[in-house]
Ligand binder design. Sequence first.
Ligand code: FEO
Length: 403
Amino acid sequence: MHPDKITDNVYRVAAKIGTRDLFEGIWPIPNGVMLNSYIIKGEKKNVLIDLVKDWDGAETAIEDELKELDLEIKDIDIIVINHMEPDHTGSLNTFKDKNPNIEFVCSAKAKPLIEAFYDVHDKITVVKDGDTIDLGGKTLEFYMTPNIHWPETMMTYLVEDGILFSCDAFGAFGRYDSAFDDQLSEAESKMLDTELERYYANIVSSFSTFTLRGIEKVTHLPIKFVCPSHGIMWREDPCKVINWYKKLATYMNGPQEKEITIVWSSMYGNTQAILDSFIKGVESEGVKLHVMQVPQTHESFVLEKVWRSAGIIVGMPTYEYKMFPPMFTVLDQLERSHVNKRKIARFGSYGWSGGANKQFMPFVESMKMDFMGEVEYQGAPSQEDKDKAFALAVEMAKAIKEA
Ligand code: FEO
């Protein structure tokens, strides 16, 4: 890649990650992910905003792009650490080894993490809300935005240029040839639609309350550019991504979209045998439906659809007196991600004994769901079971439409 000019003396230096590795060791990234760093050439000081980790050649890519700007690591005076997670700090010791004079700027909560992760104890400057650093002709201003997505997170604002360096906030999965929102091809735009929401649901959703607080804190600024550390940069319509994130954060406790997601699994086809009745029930009311089978579909993708849906229908058989294990994993993830306050229903077959419901209901309560009912049967579903399923799906769809 080459550096992308944002304004005079401000550039993105980025790496496109295209490996089959899982992001955070959990989340599939079939479309890859961007690791974005930013360089500001001030009259007095050069600053790098956030680093990368040595992943799929990212470290070399950043160094090569700096060279295109006639900069070497020894020319960097300050590295701003907006967020300590290793995707943005993994190269910290590489930079420090090549330039022992480099100064790290971070929040108070990031300092002990830098010490613990990288055994670096000196040349760390802690900043707090509203602190500024004069680079000569350009001024950095810092805003503490904890828990987007770790407790030490902050954002950095470049005053003269109106650029918000937001790190994880306003980020997305996916590799993009286009640098800015106004350059996206139709295919990239389509990818961004799902990959931004999947990134939010996977990485940020648990911290939605903090996301709303963080947005509140920075939206008074005259923001001309939003520059996150994943995904694309926003200059034509920076408000679009800010409002998009606001909407996604609001989904935590609602209102969500008038959509229903059916998440289902089946062992021998007896649970699957009633699936069609639920599908037809939802479709008869014209409510948008997503249908996802687990474990065939990774919970990353389930979470993306469930996060935006006002209704969830969970189908799984009883397995050894408990829930079908892959569905337990999915529900555990939904609970961790704070998928709260939706309408929910359940269906499933059992062999010699039920039991799934006993394990299912604590999830319903923990996530403050509105439980609308269940269809459970021994062996294969009867016509009466199928009619009940259709009626339950219609009831949920109507309730969501009328909400
Ligand atoms: Fe992109 Fe929370 O790190």
